[in-house]
Design a protein around this ligand. Structure first.
Ligand code: FAD
Length: 317
């Protein structure tokens, strides 16, 4: 079923959904099932599975020189989606990125998804690789997520890259895209970021999932700005609790978000055990307010921490 149909069917009810990361190479599907089995109690209609492109690593050789090699630490997104759908009978949404893909490889990946009966995707650009200071697309790859959305939308019309294909089978993907309540870090300003988000919707995306945020006012401002720009698709807030003190620095560094002063003060004053409790309670309060505001779904970045996610969702269900 398409993600937007879940939102429509739920009417005014707020759904919950979860995002999982493929296990590190060498791990197993058991790692994913251990995370998801307990969370099934909350009846998520869909699960997102992230995509991780290859990274360059530098290994020191006996000669003293460094050898540059490319590895993918978390492969398996599509297989995990198929396993989730098979085990739980719910939808799984693979994240698909521009980085590392030529347009032909993108098309082939989409054909695989279509054949597997996966008809929801979250279309993203991806980030710069480690040791690269900006995102570099493949020579024949997409530069922005909007280009990927356009390609998927064209396939939904039966248009493939090979112009010799006549009457190509139309795919039927429901396309989600990312939004940033505190602005994407590369964007010159908030208004421009929203304008580019509108382009993704106009190109064929049907819903938005946001970057995590810890102050709901950012989300409400973002939602209102979207509306003003003419973006009328469902906007799903992405949520993650703070569980460790060091995250006060690591999360802003990685996700370019700000922590509200009150949360920072509370965590500074707490010991490690209480930090987690404060993070959970903060996230619960965020969820309750967002629910009251009628968001279609609360989307949790589990990051493998099933215990914390469970504690939050059981309080808001
Ligand atoms: P875009 O929409 O392409 O935007 C990137 C930047 O370019 C923005 O600053 C935007 O304002 C600007 N821009 C957009 N269009 C144009 C244009 N036409 N001209 C000029 N500028 C433009 N990364 C992964 O690698 N794997 C994942 O699984 C993954 N999952 C994610 C899930 C969510 C919900 C979110 C919020 C992010 C996720 N990311 C993931 C991270 C994402 O890839 C990065 O945030 C990336 O830097 C931007 O991706 P995007 O799709 O928002 O890019």
């Amino acid at each position: 079923m398409k993600i937007i149909d879940y939102f429509e069917k739920a009417e005014q009810q707020t759904l919950v959904s979860f995002e999982v990361l493929p296990p590190l190479k060498g791990g197993s599907m058991g790692d994913i099932f251990n995370t998801l089995d307990p969370l099934m109690e909350f009846k998520p209609p869909f699960i997102d599975v992230t995509y991780h492109r290859e990274e360059f690593v530098y290994n020191k050789r006996a000669s003293g020189y460094y050898e540059k090699t490319s590895i993918r630490k978390r492969p398996g997104t599509v297989g995990i989606c198929a396993s989730i759908m098979h085990r739980y009978g719910i939808d799984a949404i693979p994240h698909l990125i521009c980085g590392g893909f030529s347009v032909e490889e993108t098309e082939n990946a989409l054909i695989d998804l279509h054949f597997l009966g996966i008809n929801n995707v979250l279309a993203l650009r991806g980030d710069a690789r480690q040791f690269e200071d900006k995102f570099i697309p493949e020579p024949s790859g997409h530069k922005y997520a909007v280009d990927l959305v356009r390609q998927i939308h064209e396939m939904n019309q039966g248009m493939y890259l090979d112009s010799n294909i006549e009457n190509g089978t139309p795919t039927d993907f429901c396309i989600g895209v990312a939004g940033y309540p505190e602005k994407h870090f590369e964007s010159p300003n908030f208004a421009m970021d929203i304008a580019y988000l509108k382009e993704k919707i106009d190109a064929g995306a049907s819903y938005i999932v946001t970057q995590m945020f810890f102050d709901n006012q950012h989300f409400f401002r973002f939602r209102d700005a979207c509306k003003k720009e003419g973006i009328n698709v469902p906007i799903v807030p992405g949520l993650k609790p703070v569980t460790r003190k060091y995250q006060l620095n690591s999360i802003p560094r990685k996700f370019f978000i700000n922590f509200p002063e009150q949360l920072v003060q509370e965590i500074h004053a707490a010991d490690d055990k209480h930090t987690k409790q404060i993070g959970i309670e903060w996230c619960v309060q965020q969820c309750l307010e967002l629910k009251k505001e009628g968001v279609p779904c609360l989307h949790f970045y589990t990051m493998g921490d099933v215990d914390t996610t469970f504690k939050i969702v059981e309080k808001i269900a």
